[in-house]
Design a protein around this ligand. Structure first.
Ligand code: ADP
Length: 396
């Protein structure tokens, strides 16, 4: 029997999906993937087969009036018509926050959604959009098993000292602590590293997830021990439009001296800062690397510098460094950013093989370097599909 597993990653303006087919005793294979983008403005649905060939492309008249629910219903119907003989058995969702309680994926049952809803104040820009499709699917497909996979879960192995802030204990007890994010990506990449380089993968590894959101994680023997993202996904590295690490005194200044509201500060820190804010040009790394503007160059320099600084900090948390791994859009594709980060990390024993780096090879370190460097493409969707199948198998 062939089972269909639908993976959903929903944000404020888009719903991404991947449809996998799984056979008993066999692996999981991608059958199609796509997204609805431009929700509430001009929704656009697109689906591709595993080779990247477009198999569906749809826009709606008056699409701005269509709700998330209506678009999700369309997506489910589309998926059911493209199961290719498989039976839709479950949906796996990326859920940004599992709080301190959920250190592994959970089958959605009574009560869980209410608990996850209570975490909305900790991730107001993401959590509501992650939960909405779970509720919508319950309405249109009441019998379908659903699994919530958390971006925070992988980090729950970190020691307490890596998780608490220097705040009064009461606030820590209330949940004002570091959670860490991008966990599904780190779990996948760390698992892949253990497959391709088992000895290294069992050691002290720093993984740099450099996409439009960016963070780094220190992994020891496959377990997260520290990460750059904290209470929210705003901390750590400078990102496409987010500040990353910032003196909290800046926030006080913005409030007290400039009279900015919470909403205005949120907008500044999440949407107008980072590569976009420093360059004044774009949040897209490709645009900045192609630009001659000195502000673009400064934004790139700061991006690289922050990664190198955090690498030193994470190596300290690990007590040394056995490997460095790059992943996500920039990490997987930008040889020049990897080269510049590695040049600042020579003191740690990192050295690149320039040709291998140019080719985006899996192993890009120089043969005589003490610390090997890898490029491991991430696959958060496959990680969710695997978790979903495992959770289902446990129910049998
Ligand atoms: P998301 O967090 O949205 O999933 P991605 O992992 O897809 O992001 O990464 C998006 C980022 O990757 C963008 O800043 C984009 O400019 C950058 N990127 C993609 N390809 C390249 C490339 N060849 N060189 C440099 N940056 C790239």
């Amino acid at each position: 029997m062939r089972d269909g597993i639908l993976v959903i990653n929903a944000g404020s303006s888009s719903i991404k999906f991947s449809l996998y087919v799984s056979e008993a005793g066999d692996g999981i294979t991608l059958s199609s993937k796509g997204q609805v983008e431009g929700i509430h403005v001009a929704p656009h649905f697109e689906a591709k087969d595993p080779s990247g060939r477009k198999i569906e492309d749809k826009v709606w008249d008056h699409g701005d009036r269509l709700s998330h629910e209506v678009l999700l219903e369309f997506l489910i119907r589309w998926v059911e018509e493209h199961l290719d003989g498989a039976t839709l058995r479950a949906a796996g969702h990326r859920v940004v926050h599992g709080g301190t309680r959920y250190a592994k994926p959970m089958l959605v049952a009574d009560g869980l959604l209410d608990e996850l809803e209570a975490l909305v104040p900790l991730a107001p820009l993401h959590q509501p959009h992650n939960l909405a499709p779970i509720r919508a699917l319950q309405a249109v497909h009441p019998g379908l098993a659903q699994v919530a996979c958390f971006d925070t879960a992988f980090h729950r192995t970190s020691p307490r000292v890596a998780e608490i802030f220097g705040l009064p204990r009461q606030l820590t007890a209330e949940g004002v602590r570091r959670y860490g994010f991008h966990g599904l990506s780190y779990e996948y990449v760390s698992g892949r590293l253990r497959e391709v380089a088992p000895a290294v993968g069992a050691g002290r590894v720093v993984i740099a997830h450099l996409g439009s959101g960016a963070s780094m994680c220190a992994v020891k023997d496959g377990k997260s021990v520290a990460s750059t993202m904290g209470f929210t996904a705003l901390d750590g590295l400078m990102m496409g439009t987010r500040t990353g690490n910032l003196d909290p005194g800046v926030v006080l200044y913005l409030m007290q001296q400039k009279g900015m509201s919470g909403k205005q500060i949120e907008d500044l820190l999440y949407k107008q800062s980072g590569l976009l804010g420093v360059s004044g040009i774009s949040n897209d790394m490709r645009v900045l690397l192609d630009s001659d503007d000195p502000h673009a160059a400064e934004a790139v320099e700061l991006f690289v510098y922050r990664i190198a600084r955090e690498l030193g900090s994470l190596a300290a948390a690990l007590g040394g460094l056995d490997a460095l791994v790059f992943t996500a859009g920039i990490g997987e594709r930008s040889a020049v950013i990897r080269e510049r980060v590695c040049a600042l990390a020579e003191w740690l024993g990192v050295k690149l093989d320039p040709q291998a780096n140019q080719r985006n090879d899996l192993a890009i370190g120089a043969a005589d370097a003490r610390v090997p460097v890898f490029v491991v493409p991430t696959d958060e969707e496959l990680m969710i599909a695997r978790h979903t199948r495992e959770v289902l198998d446990r129910q049998l």
